[in-house]
Design a protein around this ligand. Structure first.
Ligand SMILES: NC(=O)c1ccc[n+]([C@@H]2O[C@H](COP(=O)([O-])OP(=O)(O)OC[C@H]3O[C@@H](n4cnc5c(N)ncnc54)[C@H](O)[C@@H]3O)[C@@H](O)[C@H]2O)c1
Ligand SMILES: O=C(O)[C@H](O)COP(=O)(O)O
Length: 588
């Protein structure tokens, strides 16, 4: 007995330690491989087989790793910071990067408070001394935090929790964050200070909660440390590199800064003799090995958060926290989904019907016109991406297959495709509630002429460019093409279609049917499309041709669903018949 083989499950590589709660979700339908501690070379060799990569902060997801990945759809960061991922390279390759923006913020804030208290009361040193069987009570006299001023740089998700906790400990809290609002700050009883140089002299404790970006790299260095009160203390549970480690070492040595509590370093794990290693071994420093997010609860949160998103992406939906994709709400996406399919078909039909197999589009400037209800949509990014995917897939094995909401704009730019999206609320979509039209603009006369090619004859100069337009709608969730070129039609864009342009005279159907029959091609369905009474772009004038034009009245399209692709000799045979003007085969 022949047992049909099961389709292979998508493979996910968990390259770091992730809580099993999320991985269990994935195991339902995905082949999960847990391989921790792989070297970069080992990662390079295994990555081509994976559709998703799960990491924390240790794995360096470089451009070369992403390029080596042949099937990768998503890199999921089980945490907040994505500075270990080359997001730009991922975007270019159409790989979605997701993270868990708030799964570990409580843990990071609690760790900050724990470090602050440990530093204030010298708890790690006292503990070590005691374990060495010493009883050194007078050596470990600490300071209280109550009544002291805490300065926060970065009043974001972690910063605000730290602020509230510090208020609970009786501290005065001030903060610098150029993007925070006074409403958010005052709700947490925090005073926003306009600049760092105004805040630094006021604080007894300083804590950093910004990402590591150009404006925050080395933002606390010698000059800033010297503006702080003598005896102030400093914390970093955000990112190594926001504090200049060499400058901090010097300030600790001089005694100007009384102590530091550091969870994150410029090199992790710190290289021998590096500034990070020197800080860690300094007696005035309380240090932890990037443990801010290391609680059972936070690890469960981030693991579940990103694993759910990986599943969503592998199932073709949009994730909730994509770092490099425009945000779109799930309910909005459900509404858009049929139109995403329709517009991809419009693009693919356009390229196959109008463009030769030259590998490029004959026209590259398009109007994408939304009419009726669909015109009310604000976020049409997925529709734009679907169009670029549809237009490019038939002419490029590499580009089209990878086009998605993440890289569509980039790919359009690279291929010189310009799309003007137009929303029209007029009732001209009637009888459809929503109508989408793809109109290719003819090249401008100047640009269509080759350099030095000035001697066009007058008939060519006055020839009107051919109308290139395809319209469609969704009936329920089913895409439907309602217009192709000058012809009014109604067919489902699916399977292999033969599109014949002919004079609308008796006998044409029989002729086409018998030529296909002779070659063993079965016809699944057939429809005749007459010339339309009104064309959506007529008002533009320039590229319009109307049904009133003499000679067009008796032309029609014949659209046949066939059970296989046909060679060019079949098209030649059809066009050789009287009254058949042209034929194209498209696969949708
Ligand atoms: N140690 C850990 O394990 C751990 C855990 C979680 C988060 N983190 C890190 O903590 C940091 C904060 O995380 P978050 O979730 O609160 O991020 P967030 O994006 O919510 O907040 C960052 C804040 O920094 C502010 N900011 C940006 N540039 C600034 C500047 N030049 N000066 C002042 N403020 C500036 C932003 O306006 C924002 O409010 C990140 O670097 C994150 O990676 C570390
Ligand atoms: O950015 C983060 O989420 C934290 O730095 C935590 O990193 P981790 O997941 O490697 O602990």
């Amino acid at each position: 007995m022949h047992i049909p083989s099961q389709p292979a499950l998508p493979k996910v590589l968990a390259a770091e330690k992730l809580s099993p709660d999320g991985l269990a979700l994935l195991r339902n339908g995905v082949d999960v491989h847990e391989k921790k501690g792989l070297s970069h070379e080992e990662l390079l060799s295994v990555i081509p087989e994976y559709e998703a990569l799960l990491v924390r902060s240790e794995t360096k997801v470089t451009a070369s790793l992403l390029q080596a990945a042949k099937k990768l759809k998503v890199v999921a960061r089980a945490g907040v910071g994505v500075d270990n991922i080359d997001v730009e390279a991922a975007t270019k390759l159409g790989i979605v990067v997701v993270n868990s923006p708030s799964g570990n913020i409580g843990a990071a804030a609690e760790h900050t408070i724990a470090l602050m208290m440990s530093m204030a009361r010298a708890i790690p040193e006292a503990c070590r001394s005691l374990k060495e069987t010493k009883w050194e009570r007078s050596k470990f006299v600490g300071v209280e935090v109550k009544g002291k001023t805490l300065g926060i740089i970065g009043l974001g998700k972690v910063g605000i929790i730290v602020a509230r906790s510090a208020k609970g400990l009786g501290m005065n809290v001030v903060a610098v964050d150029p993007y925070a609002t006074t409403a958010v700050a005052s709700a947490a009883s925090v005073t926003l200070i306009p600049s760092l140089s105004e805040m630094l002299p006021q604080v007894d404790f300083l804590t950093i909660h910004t990402p590591l970006i150009a404006s925050t790299k080395g933002m606390i260095s010698t000059a800033e440390l010297s503006q702080m009160k003598a005896g102030a203390r400093i914390l970093n549970v955000a990112r190594g590199g926001t504090i200049d480690e060499v400058a901090l070492l010097a300030a600790l040595e001089s005694g100007h800064i009384a102590g530091a509590a550091i969870d994150v370093f410029t090199s992790e794990p710190p290289q021998e003799n590096s500034s990070a290693a020197k800080l860690i071994s300094h007696p005035k420093v309380v240090a932890t090995p990037h443990l801010g997010a290391s609680t059972v609860e936070a690890q469960e949160n981030v693991s579940i958060d990103v694993c759910e998103q990986v599943l969503q992406i592998l199932q073709g939906s949009l994730p909730r926290s994509a770092v490099n994709a425009p945000l779109i709400l799930p309910e909005e996406y459900i509404k858009l989904q049929p139109f995403v399919q329709l517009i991809e078909k419009l693009g693919s039909l356009y390229t196959q019907h109008y463009t030769s197999t030259s590998g490029s589009l004959n026209r590259n400037t398009f109007d994408l016109v939304y009419q009726g209800e669909i015109a009310g949509l604000n976020n049409t990014k997925p529709l734009f991406a679907a169009l670029i995917k549809g237009l490019t897939t038939p002419i490029s094995s590499s580009a089209g297959g990878n086009v998605n909401i993440v890289n569509a704009e980039l790919i359009a730019k690279e291929r010189g495709i310009v799309v003007n999206e137009r929303h029209s609320r007029d009732p001209s979509s009637y009888p459809y509630s929503s109508l989408v039209s793809l109109v290719a603009r003819p090249p401008s006369r100047a640009s269509s002429r080759a350099p030095g090619d000035s001697a066009k004859d007058s008939s060519e100069r006055h020839a009107r460019p051919q109308q290139q337009i395809i319209s469609g709608t969704c009936s329920g969730n089913q895409p439907l093409i309602t217009r192709l070129d000058r012809f009014e039609t109604s067919f489902v864009p699916e399977g292999t279609l033969l599109i014949c342009h002919n004079f609308d005279s008796p006998g044409k159907i029989g002729v086409v049917g018998s030529i296909l029959g002779q070659r063993g091609v079965n016809i699944n369905f057939m429809g005749v499309a007459p010339v339309s009474k009104k064309l959506p772009e007529e008002e533009d004038g320039e590229n319009s041709s109307s049904a009133n034009d003499a000679g067009l009245q008796n032309e029609a399209l014949m659209i046949l669903g066939i059970d296989r692709g046909v060679d060019s000799d079949v098209i030649d045979a059809l066009v050789g018949e009287e009254g058949v003007l042209s034929g194209t085969v498209v696969t949708l």
